[in-house]
Design a protein around this ligand. Structure first.
Ligand SMILES: [Zn+2]
Length: 256
């Protein structure tokens, strides 16, 4: 029984086929999916989708890439959704200094605004962080020094970054990237991260696992990531799915 802690079901890539995708997910033992909404369109679709399918939950914020173009326009929509209790998390927010599609200072400004939003409605954070861990930790320590404050999604950082997250009692989520041939270092990190701090995700439609490379990723492909973690940690896949599902339930306060 899997929980996909991060999928973009209402993105333009997946949404046209979302009913078939959810059918396949069910057939592959997914019990819950956290859908990540990044703008007004994906949020409205997400809220409608979870009414139809109560096992789909929504999280939302503008991504660090898009805060320059869309940050101001959509903030109030995410605020209202959080206020109405329609979100299980705020994000994916954070910092991306690798691409820098939006200026650093503006990324930081919106990251802090989204942290304040999460605090106001007692929601966990879903963080996208790339090449920006120093500023990430500075901001978190100053603005949200809380146990289980959130999850670092699609983690690709170093062992040192992972240790700093665990010290702060954050969750770390691994995606299909850990199944890629070249991801030796990341597999060493996953081997080290305690199971009680771990989530798994697909980040669909992106990052299909090694066995599905070149395909559009979807939640039903999540088992390959769980299998890799089981292998690395010398556990059964059941142990991995049980623990990561329990972690997701606790972090996002999911029903059932
Ligand atoms: Zn994502």
């Amino acid at each position: 029984m899997f929980i996909d802690s991060h999928a973009h079901l209402t993105s333009d890539t997946l949404f046209p086929e979302v009913e078939q995708i959810l059918d396949r997910a069910k057939k592959h033992n997914l019990t819950k999916i956290v859908n990540i909404c990044t703008d007004l369109k994906t949020l409205e679709r997400g809220l409608a989708l979870s009414k139809e399918h109560p096992w789909i939950y929504n999280a939302g914020s503008t991504t660090p890439h898009d805060v320059k173009e869309e940050g101001e326009a959509f903030f109030s929509h995410f605020f209202q959704a959080a206020q109405k209790g329609l979100l299980v998390a705020v994000g994916e927010t954070g910092l991306d200094y690798y691409y820098q599609h939006s200026p650093k200072e503006l990324q930081k400004e919106f990251f802090i605004r989204y942290i304040e939003l999460a605090k106001e409605f007692d929601l966990p954070l879903i963080i996208h962080c790339r090449d920006a861990f120093n500023d990430f930790f500075d901001i978190i320590d100053a603005h949200y020094p809380k146990k289980h404050a959130g999850v670092l999604h699609c983690f690709t950082g170093t062992l040192e970054d992972a240790k700093k997250l665990i010290q702060r009692k954050w969750y770390i989520s691994f995606s299909g990237i850990i199944t890629f041939k070249k991801s030796h270092d990341l597999r060493q990190v996953a081997k080290w991260v305690p199971l009680q701090n771990m989530l798994i995700e697909t980040d669909s439609p992106y990052l299909a696992p090694q066995g599905k490379r070149g395909k559009t990723n979807e939640p039903s492909y999540i088992s390959e990531t769980a299998e890799m973690i089981a292998q690395l940690k010398n556990l059964s896949i059941e142990e991995v799915t049980l623990a990561t599902s329990q972690n997701a339930r606790e972090l996002f306060k999911l029903r059932g």
